[in-house]
Structure formats: structure tokens, C-alpha cells
Design a protein around this ligand. Structure first.
Ligand SMILES: *[C@@H]1O[C@H](CO)[C@@H](O)[C@H](O)[C@H]1NC(C)=O
Ligand SMILES: *[C@@H]1O[C@H](CO)[C@@H](O)[C@H](O)[C@H]1NC(C)=O
Ligand SMILES: *[C@@H]1O[C@H](CO)[C@@H](O)[C@H](O)[C@H]1NC(C)=O
Length: 460
């Protein structure tokens, strides 16, 4: 045997290879240089362990439970009997009988309590003895491990410990919620919990001519335009518009008095035409879906110029991925613009996200551009509209003619998606063509079958 192989053996053994003088016999001598393994000691510990196991049986443990249950039942009975006695004691025979019953019940409880006391005492003794024995066995095993020169046992133990830690680690990974993000929340007012209203409800100067449109207030108004309201009615085929109208106050928009029009394109539809009802005004500019191209258009109200930025390739436009309910859709609602505390957002979808909502930030630079994007699991066609508040996307669905329900939310900070929101919007008309939140006055502005409606958003 080669020396390298010998050294691979445990050092506890000494191997001697000798050849006898005759040259015929080969003798291999194996000498153990160590103390012999104390097999008897291991046997003793094993015996003690099984004795220990037998002395603490589960029946001893359940005995206590059974006794406790017995005491509990008797005490309940006793209580009932006492109240019977209290109610029926006429100082007569009946009272005496009840009292006798109570005496008997009390005696039974005392017997049970005595038994319980003894059981607990003996269990306590048993557990003390067992603890001593266990300590003794542990020490014995540690001593025996000293013979484990190739560290088989200790390595196995180490492996077991590591496996346990791994399992615990995996467990923690599954149970601990996502670590809270350190970003400050976009808004201190918390989560949307309710919507009150309608606050305002009325027709515009168009009467019932145009059932698709949008209105609202600029959350970041130009100086001097803080009280203004904007209105866009889709004046062509419920799909297109080529100007935005401004009113100085709520009463003038409801009364149709003194509007100021800002033309965006000369004809309707054509290049720069507004497509779809879900437009917003922010920072004195109108954000809307561009004509015949999947892009975000921005109309600068003071300079009356349009700049644009494309959405990702294959994004829906021209009525490909509209909002909907039941078997109906809200035509040309491929793009939905939203405003909240942090700015402007756009909701749209693509075939590679299976028609599920994609949310992107719209950055204000010149020209506008897209910021971060989030892919959600919300199928766009199952929602009637969306809006943003505090970095959370909310979606609505059609419940019935009187009620629209905010049922879905997607938090852009935690990525938490919920389908169990049950915030109801009281409708005055059957459908809501556009819905948007204004972080400045915390109002929701809706355009509903030619009517302009507003609601008050309630936060936690
Ligand atoms: C102790 O008892 C339990 C259940 O009766 C059994 O599964 C276990 O193997 C026993 N252990 C020993 C060391 O005898
Ligand atoms: C502890 O173990 C030793 C043998 O390892 C034995 O002689 C002794 O009686 C044990 N003590 C108790 C309290 O079990
Ligand atoms: C609109 O145009 C003016 C003048 O160029 C500019 O100062 C302003 O920032 C523009 N607004 C937006 C939202 O781009």
C-alpha cells in the first residue's frame, strides 16, 4: 500500500506491512494506537434514553389536560346550581335540596383538585429527574464524540444545523413581508379609502351633444390661472377633438359663460388632433393621445405648440386596446392620462403584456419623455377607467347603472397589486368616459355621458 493511501486513513490507526523471511507469507498488521471505543458506554446511554422516553409518555401529559377539563366542567355546573339556588330559594324544601346538590358538586371538585395537585407534583418530579438524566446523557455523548476522530458525527451535526438554518432562512424569506422602502411616501395623507359625492353635477354649454370628453382643474396651474377649469369635448365621432376650452370658474363652466378656446389643430381629425377622452391638463399644458400614432402629445397652452414622445413599440392606439365593460368598450380609450402629487402618468398596453395595463411616468422636459414603467396584471378591457393618487394606480369597473366601483390598485413603490378594493362611486349617468384625480384639491373629475361630475377623495 502506498504511503499516500495510508495517510488517507485515519491517523488513529497504524498500518504495518511486513514480509516474512521465507518470502512466502505476506502479513498485514493493523495496530490501533488509540484507546478502544467504549461500546458499553454507548449502549448504556441508549438504554437510558429509551427508559427516559418510556417514562414520559404522552398519556401522562394528557392526564393533566383531562383533569383540568373535568374541573372546568364541574365548576360550570357548580355555577349553574348556585344561580338556581339564588333564584329559587324560598327558604323551603327546594332550597335545601339545591344546597345539598351544591355540597356534593363541591366535594367532587375538591377530589379532582386533589388529583390534579398530585399529578402535577409527580410530573414535576419526573421532569426534574429527566432533566438530570438528559444532562448526564449529553455529557456522555460529548465524551464519546471524542472518539470520532474522523469527525463524522460532528460534521453530520454541523450539516443538520446548517440544513435547519437553511430551512429557517427559507421560511423567513417566505413569511417576512417586503422590507419597507426607505423612500418618503409621495403623500402624507395615506391610502384612498372612500369617495364622497357627487360634489358637482351638471351639463356644459354643449348640452348633451357630446357624450365623450373630459374636464378638470390644472394641478400645477400657471400664475393667475389657479381658479380656471378646462374642458375638452370629443366633437368628432366620439373620438377626436381639436381644441381645449377654458372657463374662469365653476359657475361659468356650468353656466357655459365666456369660454376661451385654444385651437390645437386646424381640422378635425388631422395631425395633432386629440384622440380619446382621457386627457389631462398639467403645468399649463394638455397631455393627450396623438392622432394615428401610439405617442404622447403635449399641447403647450401658452405657446400653442405640440411636442410628442413615442410609447413603446406595438403599444395600442386607434381603438385597439380600449377600456370596457361587459360586451361594450369605451372607444378610443387606448391611452389614459392621469395626474397625481408627483406629476403626469400614462396608462396603455401592448400585445407583449397580453393587453394588461402598463403604467409609465411622463417626464415634463422638452420634449416630454417617458420615465419609469410598471407592468401590471390588470387586463385593460376589464377596467372602465384608471386614475392615479399618491403614486398608486386605481382602476374602476362598471357595477350597475348607479354604481362604478374602484376595485383595483397598484402601488408603484411597493409593487403591491390589489383586486379587493370596494370603493363605490355614485353615478348620475350610466357611463363614465373619463376620470382623473387632482392632487391640488383632492377631487376626482369625471365626464359622464355629457355631464361633468366631481367627487371628493377621502384618504386614511
Ligand atoms: C421515543 O418514543 C417515540 C414515540 O413513542 C418514538 O418515535 C421514538 O423513536 C422513541 N425514541 C427512543 C430513543 O426510543
Ligand atoms: C450518569 O451517568 C453515569 C455513567 O455515564 C452513571 O454512572 C450515573 O449513575 C448517571 N447519573 C444519573 C443521575 O443518572
Ligand atoms: C410652454 O412653453 C413655454 C415657452 O417656451 C415654456 O416656458 C414652458 O415650460 C412650456 N411648458 C411646458 C409644459 O413645456
Amino acid at each position: 500500500m502506498k504511503p499516500s493511501l495510508v495517510s488517507a486513513w485515519t491517523a488513529a490507526y497504524f498500518l504495518a506491512l511486513s514480509q516474512s523471511v521465507s518470502g512466502k507469507d505476506c502479513v498485514c498488521e493493523l495496530k490501533n494506537l488509540q484507546r478502544p471505543f467504549p461500546t458499553e458506554k454507548l449502549d448504556t446511554i441508549l438504554t437510558e434514553a429509551s427508559q427516559c422516553n418510556r417514562s414520559i409518555t404522552s398519556s401522562q401529559i394528557t392526564e393533566v389536560d383531562v383533569l383540568m377539563l373535568g374541573v372546568q366542567r364541574r365548576l360550570d355546573q357548580l355555577e349553574k346550581s348556585v344561580s338556581v339556588l339564588e333564584n329559587e330559594d324560598d327558604g323551603d324544601l327546594y332550597g335545601a335540596v339545591s344546597l345539598r346538590i351544591i355540597e356534593l358538586e363541591l366535594a367532587e371538585v375538591q377530589v379532582l383538585l386533589g388529583k390534579l395537585k398530585n399529578t402535577i407534583k409527580s410530573n414535576k418530579q419526573l421532569s426534574e429527574i429527566t432533566a438530570t438524566k438528559l444532562q448526564n446523557m449529553t455529557e456522555g455523548m460529548q465524551e464519546l464524540e471524542g472518539f470520532d476522530l474522523s469527525y463524522v458525527v460532528s460534521k453530520q451535526q454541523e450539516n443538520r444545523r446548517m440544513k435547519r438554518q437553511l430551512a429557517e432562512c427559507q421560511q423567513e424569506l417566505h413569511t417576512t413581508p417586503q422590507t419597507p422602502t426607505l423612500h418618503p411616501r409621495r403623500c402624507p395623507q395615506g391610502q384612498l379609502v372612500n369617495v364622497n359625492g357627487p360634489r358637482t353635477y351638471g351639463l356644459t354649454q354643449y348640452g348633451t351633444s357630446y357624450s365623450y370628453g373630459a374636464w378638470g382643474k390644472d394641478p400645477k396651474p400657471a400664475p393667475g390661472k389657479e381658479g380656471m377649469y378646462w374642458l375638452v369635448a370629443l366633437t368628432r365621432s366620439n373620438a377626436y377633438a381639436n381644441f381645449v376650452r377654458h372657463y374662469s370658474s365653476l359657475s361659468t363652466i356650468l353656466g357655459g359663460v365666456g369660454p376661451v378656446d385654444s385651437p390645437i389643430s386646424s381640422s378635425n381629425p388631422s395631425t395633432n388632433t386629440i384622440v380619446g377622452p382621457n386627457v389631462v391638463q398639467y403645468g399649463d399644458a394638455l397631455y393627450y393621445g396623438c392622432y394615428n400614432t401610439p405617442s404622447v402629445c403635449r399641447f403647450n397652452i401658452s405657446t400653442r405648440t405640440v411636442t410628442k414622445t413615442p410609447l413603446p413599440q406595438n403599444s395600442g392606439f386607434n381603438n385597439k386596446f380600449p377600456f370596457g365593460h361587459l360586451d361594450a368598450t369605451y372607444i378610443y380609450t387606448d391611452l389614459d392620462f392621469a395626474t397625481d402629487e408627483s406629476g403626469v402618468w400614462v396608462v396603455y398596453t401592448t400585445p407583449d403584456n397580453f393587453g394588461n395595463v402598463i403604467l409609465s411616468e411622463v417626464l415634463e422636459g422638452s420634449p416630454p419623455s417617458l420615465g419609469r414603467s410598471w407592468r401590471t396584471s390588470l387586463h385593460k378591457r376589464t377596467a372602465t377607467n384608471t386614475f392615479m393618487a399618491c403614486g398608486v394606480l386605481y382602476a374602476t369597473r362598471f357595477l350597475d347603472k348607479q354604481t362604478e366601483e374602484i376595485f383595483y390598485s397598484f402601488d408603484t413603490e411597493t409593487m403591491e397589486e390589489r383586486y379587493d378594493l370596494k370603493i363605490h362611486l355614485k353615478k348620475m349617468q350610466t357611463n363614465i368616459q373619463s376620470l382623473n384625480y387632482n392632487p391640488r384639491d383632492r377631487m376626482l373629475y369625471a365626464y359622464s355621458n355629457s355631464y361633468i361630475v366631481s367627487y371628493y377623495a377621502v384618504f386614511q
